[in-house]
Ligand binder design. Structure first.
Ligand SMILES: Nc1nc2c(ncn2[C@@H]2O[C@H](COP(=O)(O)OP(=O)(O)OP(=O)(O)O)[C@@H](O)[C@H]2O)c(=O)[nH]1
Ligand SMILES: [Mg+2]
Length: 237
């Protein structure tokens, strides 16, 4: 019967980098049902960051980027010999379990993440994350925009109104009504990055009988990301 497992041998090349992108399934209705704060729920983000840290510890990626209900994981050591079914299913279920175990409260039904694999050349990594960060910004402007319009109009009127506006129109509309997106926290506008950083550790060299400084890496959660640049990624690998 083994020959029926026709997708089991699908692999990505193990000597290349890949990005795995996870996305919460039907999180629009999940967040509605759980009555999460709009447009940003700090506790939801705290849990998404915890999921990212769990993923970081388990799969040792180079970089993880998250905003809204999505997580992009950049890996240079492709796990599971590059087996696509295995990578997608394990990563998605790992994230779902982490999310569930870190959430305080009962769900109406189990949560799930979907997963896709994007093989990527070094030269395209910046473009990929720039694309997602631009999306985080669009998400932020639209999120604040629709939240504001829904406070003034019915849901359908608000949706109709926002569809006729571009990003700078929404920015302007918010500004005229006392909401300055420049003052909004950076993580809402640019997403959150998780990567390794070095910290100084002071020790004592017993042989040479003197103080010694060494460096130890730790997982850093960057809630104050700059707008992505090529240099940012050059420093990561
Ligand atoms: N209230 C609230 N909702 C959020 C927050 N972050 C994400 N969401 C919701 O998560 C949704 C994510 O969008 P999508 O991934 O495009 O839609 P989805 O419903 O998850 O559908 P699929 O991904 O296609 O299964 C957004 O539309 C929001 O409704 C938050 O901080 N607060
Ligand atoms: Mg989703």
């Amino acid at each position: 019967m083994k020959e029926y497992e026709i997708y089991a041998d699908l692999r990505v090349p193990v000597n290349s980098k890949i990005i795995v992108r996870l996305d919460g399934r039907s999180f629009h209705s999940f967040t509605e049902k759980m009555e999460l704060e709009k447009p940003y729920d700090s506790n939801f983000y705290r849990i998404m960051v915890k999921v990212c840290k769990d993923l970081f510890e388990e799969f040792s990626p180079i970089f993880i980027y998250t905003f809204s209900d999505e997580i992009s994981i950049l890996l240079d050591n492709v796990p599971f010999n590059g087996r696509i079914e295995k990578i997608n299913s394990v990563m998605a279920s790992f994230a779902s379990s982490s999310f569930t175990s870190n959430y305080d409260g009962e769900f109406a039904k189990p949560v799930a993440f979907d997963s896709r694999i994007i093989p990527i050349n070094d030269s395209d990594i910046y473009d990929y994350f720039k694309w997602r960060q631009d999306e985080a910004w669009r998400n932020c402007v639209n999120g604040y925009g629709i939240h504001f319009l829904k406070s003034k109009y019915s849901s359908s009127q608000a949706n109709e109104k926002i569809n006729g506006l571009n990003l700078s129109d929404i920015h302007e509309l918010l500004f005229m009504n006392g909401i300055n997106l420049n003052d909004v926290e950076t993580w809402k506008k640019r997403g959150i990055g998780i990567y390794r950083k070095n910290k100084e550790v002071k020790g004592f060299n017993k042989k040479e009988l003197k103080e010694q400084i060494s460096y130890r890496s730790y997982i850093y959660v960057d809630c104050n990301l700059s707008i992505f640049s090529k240099e940012f990624f050059n420093k990561l690998f």
